[in-house]
Design a protein around this ligand. Structure first.
Ligand code: UD1
Ligand code: UDP
Length: 410
């Protein structure tokens, strides 16, 4: 009798909200692949915001670490991660460690595997701003992870060019971004279930019909201090417009929560709310007219939903949507932010043009490509489709009435 081929033992290690969202469809695909023995280790770099994702995608971790401390510094977090991850590697003895993106969890997990000579596969490899301080510390994290990875899963052709240009040793594949897999799964769930939409919309009962929604998120470390004060200043100005309402799910980092609550908490037209679970956040993106953010993931998701995005950064490692026209960089200068937002609210033709641009980040098949590559099968790489005209908004794009109940911060 022929001996069964040994299964590839894969350990996925992640710990923050965006990693969990982007890894969720992948760990499901890994679990469904007969040739893979998939294990999950959650570092706990985030707690509440991570648990929301695990609950929504019904993910069960094999190992849960507990490294988060309030207002953690990069060095204390890094030290705690090294101490906590190594015993898991010792116990699991994986053939390969999978990490995602550019967080401290991803860097330490990759380095811990490297120290044990375990091959690393990097999901969302090759993103670069070219400035080691922006975003900080993420640009340093991802460059180092790429340096030691043997599989480089680059979301786009441009990110693959980055890793080829650096002559890295790992083998690269253009897969599309797994966030589009996660978004498609979630948006389809919302679009095909009217009752679910009604339930989700009840959370946004504070929205005034007829006023367009400006959705805001922000959390980058390089914007702490002056940057966030400038962002708050811009939002105070924008809140004076009576055709606009601002909804801001506030990140739990005390360096964000503190200034945002202090400077915006008294404005009736600014709705500061707790971080939303992914299902609710996708619904809120569908309801938004314009999105103002410094988030990486939101920059990738919004073009898929046809939403113009203004990015509160000076540089981005995701130039594709800027080229496609869906994303514009506005930095944190209050006047530039206000001008950029007002232009999109006042110029319908501009808004329509932007909302119909192509989505350059994926086609929902990134996870199956990654599984194929890990299994040594041929990979049908991701190619951006030419811009398709977007259909008129469906019923699912409009809020259902009446609306009720929300976890407000004020
Ligand atoms: C981290 C990542 C960043 C990623 C972001 C996504 C690093 C260095 N930074 O930044 O790349 O874009 O996550 O959101 O890896 N907190 C809670 N509850 C939570 C989550 C966070 O209270 O569920 C608070 C804690 O006080 C914690 C602080 O936020 O100490 C900062 O968390 P940390 O993971 O260090 O940094 P982020 O700014 O979230
Ligand atoms: N997100 C969420 N709830 C929120 C705000 C954001 O689920 O209240 C999702 C968002 O759709 C995206 C991810 O979280 O997929 C982005 O996370 P974040 O901005 O914290 O990190 P980044 O992407 O900048 O690393």
């Amino acid at each position: 009798m022929a001996r069964a081929h040994p299964r590839l033992k894969v350990l996925s290690i992640f710990g923050t909200r965006p990693e969990a969202i982007k890894m969720a469809p992948l760990v499901k695909a890994l679990a469904a692949e007969p040739g893979i023995d998939s294990h999950i280790c959650i570092t706990g770099q985030h707690q509440t915001m991570l648990q929301q994702v695990l609950d929504m995608f019904e993910l069960k971790a094999d190992y849960t670490l507990d490294v988060m401390t309030p207002g953690q510094t990069l060095n204390t977090l890094t030290a705690a991660l090294y101490a906590a991850i190594d015993p898991v590697l010792e116990q699991v003895q994986p053939d390969k460690v999978l990490v995602h993106g550019d967080t401290t969890s991803a860097l330490v997990a990759a380095m811990s595997a490297f120290h044990r000579r375990i091959p690393v596969a990097h999901i969302e490899a090759g993103l670069r701003t070219g400035d080691i301080h922006q975003p900080w510390p993420e640009e340093m994290n991802r460059r180092n992870i790429d340096l030691i990875s043997d599989h480089l899963f680059t979301p786009t052709e441009a990110s693959r060019r980055n890793v080829l240009g650096e002559r890295l040793q790992g083998k690269s594949f253009v897969t599309g971004n797994t966030v589009i897999d996660a978004l498609q799964m979630t948006a389809e769930r919302i679009d095909r279930n009217r009752q679910l939409r009604v339930a989700l919309d009840r959370q946004f009962n504070f929205l005034v019909p007829g006023r367009k929604v400006l959705l805001v998120t922000g959390h980058r470390r390089e914007n702490f201090g002056e940057g966030f004060l400038d962002i708050c200043k811009a939002l105070r100005t924008l809140a004076r417009r009576d055709d606009v309402q601002i909804v801001y799910p506030v990140h739990l980092n005390p360096n964000v929560l503190g200034p945002v609550t202090e400077h915006l908490g008294d404005l009736p037209n600014v709705h500061l709310i707790k971080p939303l679970d992914y299902l609710s956040f996708v619904r809120l993106m569908q309801l938004a007219h314009v999105i103002l953010t410094d988030s990486g993931g939101v920059q990738e998701e919004a073009p898929s939903l046809g939403k113009p995005v203004l990015v509160m950064r000076d540089v981005t490692e995701r130039p594709e949507a800027v080229t496609a026209g869906t994303v514009r960089l506005v930095g944190t200068d209050p006047d530039t932010i206000v001008r950029g937002v007002c232009e999109l609210f006042d110029d319908d033709a501009l808004w329509r043009r932007i909302s119909q641009a192509a989505n350059p980040y994926g086609d929902g098949k990134a996870c199956s490509r990654i599984v194929d590559a890990l299994m040594g099968r041929p990979v049908d790489e991701f190619v951006v489709e030419p811009p398709a005209r977007r259909p008129a908004p469906t019923e699912a794009q409009r809020p259902a009435a009446p609306l009720r109940s929300v976890s407000r911060l004020h």
